[in-house]
Design a protein around this ligand. Structure first.
Ligand SMILES: [Zn+2]
Ligand SMILES: [Zn+2]
Length: 120
């Protein structure tokens, strides 16, 4: 499966399959949370912020056809992007699609908004 932007139908992820073995999640700060090629849906586990409940979690390297948000206030972080100020990733047509979290004090992933994308 892959994710496409609902508004412009552009591919925004590589092929991904659901990760069933959650023991493969790596919650070490500064490292990838989820292996490439997989996704999970953020549940109400304490690990994910409440605003990401139901979002599709993928590896940053699996996000394609995407840029950073033009609103710099969305791009805070000390050495990466902390994703604490709303969605910071857009498709190439500038539609908001999700939030990259890639700062040093968190494990790294993109939380893709299920309202903005669909699986095909
Ligand atoms: Zn789009
Ligand atoms: Zn940092």
């Amino acid at each position: 499966m892959k994710l496409i932007c609902k508004l412009c139908n552009l591919d925004v992820s590589k092929q991904v399959i659901e990760l069933k073995d959650l023991s493969l999640l790596n919650k070490t700060d500064g490292q990838d949370l989820i292996p490439e090629g997989f996704y999970i849906v953020a549940d109400d586990d304490d690990y994910f912020t409440p605003q990401h409940k139901g979002f599709i979690i993928i590896n940053i390297k699996d996000l394609i056809n995407s840029n950073y948000h033009s609103d710099k206030s969305r791009l805070n972080g000390c050495c990466g992007y902390d994703g604490s100020d709303g969605m910071n990733r857009v498709c190439l047509s500038k539609h908001e699609i999700g939030t990259e979290r890639s700062d040093c004090w968190m494990s790294h992933f993109v939380a893709v908004d299920p309202e903005s994308v669909k699986f095909v």
